[in-house]
Design a protein around this ligand. Structure first.
Ligand code: AMP
Length: 222
């Protein structure tokens, strides 16, 4: 059950990864989250990474590959995992191919206006990185994380000027991976223009049926 989630920043990949992680019982591996953890340690490497992240650029491949290698060889990954935010360019995708075989790649997409609206309302817990939204998945108590009671805040790289740079980098470096995986017959399109919850059941059922061998293809989900 090795799945890969691809899509523009803020399309909802992380939210779906959390949903699928619970439905399938496999870990959700987010390179963004791993990098933010490194930054929070205040190490020299963390400072270097933070600068790149704030500028909306990509952290060097060697750093990312090292993180991924370590993570996917851990015990809890032996039945599979969900990769979210990795790979982000063709070199990373090729290196991943040498490390492991991916069963399906879900390409989450939505119209630009939807993405920008989602970015402007997104909130993240400053302690455990759980995701919330001002109008979507709202916390029970305003400004407080449901999971750990931490303070919710807007991610610095979600600020409009920084977010635009991340979109540009996505279009230039990451979007070519859609074709890369399509050519390998791995791609499934998931359109989430409506609320993230509206197609939750369809996504979970389609993936489960496929992984359990009840169907041998997955049609576009919308
Ligand atoms: P995310 O949380 O996935 O939106 O990632 C936040 C930031 O972390 C990105 O804008 C990049 O600066 C960095 N990042 C995350 N994953 C990768 C990756 N696979 N390769 C390079 N940089 C990454």
């Amino acid at each position: 059950m090795r799945l890969l989630f691809l899509g523009m920043p803020n399309v909802g990949k992380g939210t779906y990864a959390t949903i699928m992680k619970e439905a399938l019982g496999i870990p959700h591996i987010s390179t963004g989250e791993m990098l933010r953890e490194e930054v929070s340690k205040g190490s020299e490497l963390g400072e270097r990474i933070n600068k790149i992240m704030l500028e909306g650029g990509l952290v060097p491949d060697e750093i990312i590959i090292e993180l991924i290698k370590k993570r996917i060889t851990q015990d809890d990954c032996k039945d599979g995992f969900i990769l979210d935010g990795f790979p982000r360019n063709e070199d990373q995708a090729k290196q991943l191919q040498e490390l492991t075989e991916i069963r399906k790649v879900l390409h989450f997409k939505a119209d630009d206006e939807v993405i920008i609206e989602r970015a402007s309302g997104r909130l993240m817990c400053s302690d455990c990185q759980a995701g919330f939204h001002k109008t979507g998945k709202r916390p029970k108590e305003e400004g407080v994380c449901d999971e750990c009671g931490g303070e919710l805040m807007q991610r610095e790289d979600d600020r409009p000027d920084r977010f635009q740079k991340r979109l540009d980098v996505y279009r230039e470096k990451t979007a070519p991976l859609i074709d890369f995986y399509d050519r390998q017959g791995l791609l499934v399109e998931v359109v989430i223009n409506k609320g993230i919850d509206e197609i939750r059941d369809k996504v979970v059922t389609s993936i489960k049926d496929y992984l359990e061998g009840k169907t041998d293809t997955i049609e576009e989900i919308r």
